[in-house]
Design a protein around this ligand. Structure first.
Ligand code: ZN
Ligand code: ZN
Length: 274
């Protein structure tokens, strides 16, 4: 590379940092509505909602992403009480829990023994949620809803009623094959039941998936179509080809645990068990 090209490339690098902003600790953020953000990736997507006296965090990421999320939240809300909801037990959504002292940390009722077997003791929630709970914060009604078994045994979604925003955890993904994890209770029938319920129950402006970009209700209908197509793909080689092409560009994360083949195998296996 010629020297002026190197200088130009370095200049673009500096510009990119300036545009993204150092104050966000390298996090990719999107403000969906006043005081309400999605913080993308580095583990699952997180939702953050600020009020004058409290902060709601939906999923705490993992590793450096978890640390950066905490620093960003504390820079914007140094003294507010923190309330954490884990949409589910997977570590990419819950492994930052231990970074928050004195926070209320809530998840579906997996129980301590199961939590310790799958996730880390240090990230254990301090409240289990059996069905649903509504909080009235200034100018917002927050519904925390245990939808039951779909991606795991105890999936929880969070809905902001005034802003019409749904944080769906890994029940909804955008451009990813789902991680169908037998150990934590993944169920195709459960997914289909919950996806239909979410569409029917909530007026939606934004749907925040567990992974991938936020969107509208079409993320839910696409997820329904995904399972329908994949079930059909197990029925004939022709339908399998169609599905393979349709979902060719989907990401397969975690590698070796999620992907086209993994979904097909999961469906085949659950059918023989039925
Ligand atoms: Zn995830
Ligand atoms: Zn997950």
């Amino acid at each position: 590379m010629r020297k002026d090209a190197v200088v130009r490339a370095a200049g673009i690098g500096i510009l990119a940092v300036a545009v993204l902003g150092c104050t966000n600790y390298g996090l990719r953020l999107q403000e969906l509505a006043p005081d309400c953000y999605v913080v993308y990736g580095e583990g699952g997507n997180s939702g953050v909602f600020f009020s004058d006296t409290a902060v709601l965090i939906v999923d705490t990421k993992m590793k450096q992403g978890a640390e950066r999320l905490r620093r960003w939240v504390r820079s914007k809300a140094p003294h507010q009480r923190i309330y954490i909801i884990n949409t589910h037990i997977h570590r990419d959504h819950s492994a930052g829990n231990h970074l928050y002292d004195d926070a209320v940390i809530m998840a579906g009722n997996y129980g301590e023994k199961f939590w310790n077997a799958v996730a880390a003791r240090e990230d254990m929630p301090n409240r289990w949620l059996d069905d649903s709970l509504t909080w009235h914060w200034k100018r917002e009604e927050i519904l925390i809803y245990n939808v039951g078994q779909a991606h795991t045994y105890e999936d929880v979604v969070v809905y902001l009623r005034q802003r019409k925003i749904l944080f769906a955890g890994d029940i909804v993904l955008n451009g990813y094959h789902p991680f169908l994890d037998e150990q934590v209770g993944a169920s195709i029938a459960g997914y289909q039941r919950v996806l239909a319920e979410l569409l029917q129950k909530f007026p939606l402006r934004w749907v925040v998936p567990g992974h991938g970009k936020a969107g509208s209700t079409e993320l839910i209908t696409s997820m329904q179509a995904y399972f329908k197509d994949m079930v059909e793909a197990t029925m004939s080689p022709e339908q399998e080809m169609v599905a393979r092409e349709r979902y060719y560009g989907f990401s397969s994360l975690p590698i070796n645990k999620a992907g086209f083949e993994q979904t097909l195998n999961f469906i085949r296996k659950s059918e023989t068990l039925r």
